[in-house]
Ligand binder design. Structure first.
Ligand code: SAM
Length: 386
């Protein structure tokens, strides 16, 4: 069977989205990074792209590659390629949307001209007025008749793609906003980041036991529940958070028709023992620990990071008792740049963690929102008993 080449349009945090894609697809599919926010892979024609799209937190669209053109290709040639492809679809009426990426420095392609040429070719045409970046999920997800073509400039090529799938943004925000319990003072993990963190642990055929020892409102457990194939455990020092996580999981079970049993309990991270987890060790810890104050003042930073170092060290030491050998951990580490430019991290803990058997597998996966003082580094570890 002839392989199809597909293009992945990655979200804002390109490195993190790319790492997620690598963890989910592995190396067998000739995965390549084309640009900060673009990747390509060669997939079997019957590959289930829509399921892959649903699984990924960091990929916004996936498109079939139609044409690679040299960087200097003129607009008129691109237009003819678009017409040729749309005519080749053999539809009497074409519902068509056009997007352009990486081309803000160029005049937009002339959609009216395109429509007129298609009509000259005997096609009826309905053209969607979209932003220059292309159609939104509302159009593409709910009306299969729409064909979206994207013209994307990469550093060395122009790509024309036919969009095969798009992230269901409504579903992601529904999970984020409709759940009954949240605590904004604690800083909540965006569901897409939670999903990427779970995926970063890599695939597994058997169900895994996933534990979040700082579960807060349970964002990570909710994402794992939606994904399926995980036995869920969660705990927190704060009883309100544990009750809230339980309420959120109940809401999710109803809203998404899931079973998703979970073991939840209230405990300081350093006091957790195997019986708390139902008498069985876990093979996956995915967690966003306490990261200190959300907007620390510069003079508070040394003290805040001393406290965090103690918390993280205590947690990782305790976890050696809870993990099966070969277990994976995906943990948020805080990173703050003070106004004088000095950077506060917990990097100096890494050598000590190695001495406990933790091997860091990731590098520089940063999730940073513009307005946030505390950036998150997503660290992937494998644990082997020393
Ligand atoms: C950043 S929040 C986690 C937020 C969570 N990821 C969410 O999406 O809602 C950190 C959590 O760690 C908990 N926590 C702080 N210190 C703890 C400790 N020593 N042991 C266990 N949990 C702790 C806090 O109560 C808080 O709920």
């Amino acid at each position: 069977m002839r392989m199809q080449e597909v293009i992945f349009f990655l979200g804002n945090m390109g490195d993190l989205c790319w790492a997620e894609l690598q963890a989910v697809l592995g190396s067998a599919v000739n995965l390549q990074r084309l640009d900060q926010r673009l990747a390509s892979a060669k997939l079997q024609p019957d590959f289930d792209i829509k399921s892959l799209q649903k699984k990924l937190g960091g990929t916004i669209k996936i498109g079939k590659l139609i044409k690679k053109l040299p960087q200097e290709t003129e607009a008129s040639t691109i237009n003819y390629q678009l017409i040729e492809y749309l005519v080749s679809l053999g539809q009497a009426k074409v519902y068509f949307a056009l997007g352009e990426l990486g081309r803000d420095h160029l005049e937009p392609l002339d959609s009216r001209w395109l429509k007129a040429r298609l009509e000259e070719n005997g096609l009826k045409v309905r053209f969607a007025a979209t932003s220059r970046r292309g159609a939104g999920a509302a159009l593409l997800l709910h009306q299969a008749k729409w064909v979206e073509l994207l013209v994307t400039n990469t550093p060395d090529r122009i790509l024309i793609t036919h969009t095969l799938s798009v992230q269901d943004i409504d579903d992601w925000s529904y999970r984020d906003r409709a759940k009954p319990y949240s605590d904004h003072k604690k800083g909540m993990l965006p569901p897409k980041l939670a999903r990427m963190m779970i995926n970063l642990a890599g695939p597994s055929k058997q169900p895994r036991r996933l534990y979040d020892p700082f579960c807060g409102s349970g964002t990570l457990l909710l994402e794992a529940a939606v994904m399926g194939n995980y036995e869920l455990c969660g705990s927190d020092l704060d009883v309100k958070a544990v009750i809230g996580t339980g309420e959120n999981l109940d809401w999710l079970r109803q809203a998404y028709h899931l079973e998703a049993p979970a073991r939840l309990f209230t405990r300081d991270v350093t006091a957790v023992r195997v019986p708390d987890l139902g008498g069985q060790k876990v093979d996956l810890i995915v967690s966003e620990p306490f990261l200190g104050r959300q907007t620390p003042r510069d003079e508070q930073l040394p003290g805040v990071f001393r406290g965090l170092q103690k918390l993280y060290w205590g947690a990782f030491r305790t976890w050696t008792q809870l993990l099966v050998p070969g277990a994976r951990l995906v943990i948020v580490f805080p990173r703050v740049t003070a106004r004088d430019g000095s950077v506060y991290t917990l990097d100096h803990l890494l050598d000590k963690l190695m001495s406990l058997g933790y091997n860091k597998k990731s590098q520089d996966l940063i999730y940073a929102r513009d307005q946030a003082t505390v950036q998150r580094e997503i660290c992937v570890f494998e644990w082997q008993k020393n």
